[in-house]
Write a protein that binds this ligand. Sequence first.
Ligand code: FMN
Ligand code: ADP
Length: 307
Amino acid sequence: MKIYEGLEGFTPVKNAVVTSGTFDGVHFGHQKILQRIREIARACDGETVLITFWPHPRLVLYPNEHNLRLLSTFEEKTKLLRQFGIDHLITIPFTQEFSQMSSEQFIKKVLIDSIKTRTLVIGYDHRFGKNREGSFDYLKANSALFGLDLEEISRQDVEEIAVSSTKIRKALESGDVKTAESCLGRPYELNGLVIKGQQIGRSIGFPTANIHIPNDYKLIPKDGVYAVEASVDGTLYKAMLNIGNRPTVDGTKKTVEANLFDFQGDLYDKQITVYFHEFLREERKFDSLEALKEQLVQDQRSARSLL
Ligand SMILES: Cc1cc2nc3c(=O)[nH]c(=O)nc-3n(C[C@H](O)[C@H](O)[C@H](O)COP(=O)(O)O)c2cc1C
Ligand SMILES: Nc1ncnc2c1ncn2[C@@H]1O[C@H](COP(=O)(O)OP(=O)(O)O)[C@@H](O)[C@H]1O
């Protein structure tokens, strides 16, 4: 997959089969669209092109709305799009100025002049251009004029899947990692770097890798204890993970930390990926570290039996 920042570096490809959108999470519904554009490209000996916007339009249009959290970081999204067979990824810097472009201008300048789109695939409810006025009907009425084939993912197809990024965000915010997993078609993941903590973990026999997630827009699931898998240096470990303030040790800021099963060694400064499988329990304040330790023994047993 080739990645282009903006349209400048892009040179038109043969029979471009195009779709556009934010694709946050690259969930099951998005995957249907990706599958469809791949099929069309194969049939016409063309190449798949995905236009996406970064930063997320809502972050630019509503900068005061600080609570928007995304399912995928830019790196996670590109990795997934590559896996799903996109040949060319164009990321358009989403600015206030860009948001003022009319749908007609978007079609003419971006889809036709710059990309030379042969087929455009969009969901029935997809809108683009200023105030999201560019609808499928408008495109359909003008597609001959624009010289492109149009393919709609129907309402029925979209509703059958019953998946949306919003639904997945809500599920994760309530700890429902199972629903998130079924909508994403894979477990929800976090990526980060292992950093030093207060080194209390090892003293109670449960060293915990503290994970620093550099992207503050990335959605962290609800506080609590989870059964997860963790991947480090290409090896996958079963693990348990806590998200929260650690009231037992009077913690003040939120941490994400994992105890890996059947692992011994040093993880500091390593890149780690965790995959959420089950919510185990709420985080609690224990009367002593000894009581916390007893609970961790139980948590480990529960996690092992679920994973
Ligand atoms: C699976 C798991 C569950 C945890 N549950 C709790 C909890 O319920 N309450 C709490 O205060 N801390 C909880 N913790 C956090 C511990 O307090 C933390 O691991 C300990 O403070 C050591 O942290 P440190 O080595 O990073 O300093 C949990 C940690 C893990 C890995
Ligand atoms: N099974 C394990 N799971 C998690 N971390 C482990 C494990 N074994 C060793 N470690 C190492 O121990 C560190 C955590 O120990 P801990 O005492 O909790 O210190 P810290 O407070 O710095 O996280 C991890 O960052 C990692 O380098």
